[in-house]
Design a protein around this ligand. Structure first.
Ligand code: NDP
Length: 254
């Protein structure tokens, strides 16, 4: 087993994810976009999921221009998705690829940074849908496919406020605390009955649109880009992390 420092500086081989099919949510932007490109660069066929088709097509073109395996696009809006859409998505992946080796759940929204006393319940519901219900529903519906893979990996995205809440982080903090528990629940329930491993990553402050919204006064050039934390994302998706299950990782040491 690697130490956390070794995971964070993991040197993936170019073909680490060769022949693997990996679904990345929130692939149109931020950490998900970078991870989708990095997974494709390491041999994976990546399924790009997001709500904005144009932005997904742009990422698709970037992957093709970079010589990656031809990706696929699945437009889906987690704010409005109904159960049949999740069922159909599983059918589509099964029909088109016949397999699924991993999911990176990167899609997320911040909601409002405001006291609970004045938190808008509609915003609350939307944050819960996108940040907690969608990762649960997606994983649940894709489990039959994941279980058939020789060694599937599911990665959820947490946050520091999911471990220790801070004032004003509202629904986001509550949903991320849910993600920490969802990780352990799936991991424990699947440990003895499947080869699916389930872990989560707290990416910590990373230069994206979400970070800029949460910290508007911050100079983005002082925030590390998503590329810096990709070694951990590669390690957890690749075969060397088989046996790592139910863990929550910080992507950096501070
Ligand atoms: P971004 O805002 O940059 O990207 C979020 C992604 O989620 C985008 O692709 C966005 O699509 C997609 N998305 C948002 N709403 C929906 C929806 N309703 N349906 C489908 N897709 C949707 O965020 P980050 O990359 O910064 O965050 C990625 C993950 O990491 C999140 O789970 C976040 O909570 C977590 N995180 C991030 C930190 C950071 O500092 N950046 C710190 C801690 C945790 P679109 O392009 O259409 O907007």
């Amino acid at each position: 087993m690697l130490t956390i420092e070794e995971m964070r500086s993991y040197q993936a081989t170019n073909d680490l994810l060769k022949d693997k099919v990996i679904l990345v949510t929130g692939a149109s932007d931020g950490i998900g976009r970078v991870a989708a490109k990095v997974y494709a660069k390491h041999g994976a066929t990546v399924i790009l999921l997001g709500r904005d088709l144009k932005k997904l097509e742009y990422v698709y073109d970037e992957i093709e221009a970079d010589g990656g395996a031809q990706p696929a696009i699945i437009p889906m809006n987690f704010s409005s998705a109904i159960p049949t859409e999740y069922e159909q998505l599983a059918i589509n992946i099964e029909q088109e690829f016949g397999r699924l080796d991993g999911i990176l759940h990167s899609a997320g929204i911040l909601g409002d940074l405001t006291p609970l006393e004045m938190y808008d319940p509609n915003t609350w519901d939307e944050v819960m849908k996108v940040n907690l219900r969608a990762p649960f529903m997606l994983t649940q519906h894709l489990l039959p496919l994941l279980k058939r893979a020789p060694e599937a990996s599911v990665i959820f995205m947490s946050s520091s406020v999911g471990r220790k809440a801070r004032a004003f982080w509202g629904a986001y903090a509550v949903a991320k605390a849910g993600i920490e528990n969802l990780t352990v629940l799936f991991a424990d329930e699947l440990a003895n009955t499947s080869k699916v491993r389930v872990n989560c990553i707290n990416p910590q402050g990373t230069r994206t649109a979400m970070r800029a919204k949460a910290y508007p006064a911050e100079d983005p050039s002082q925030v590390p880009p998503a590329e810096q934390i990709m070694p951990l994302f590669l390690f957890l998706m690749g075969a060397e992390s088989v046996g790592v299950n139910g863990k929550s990782f910080d992507a950096r040491d501070k």
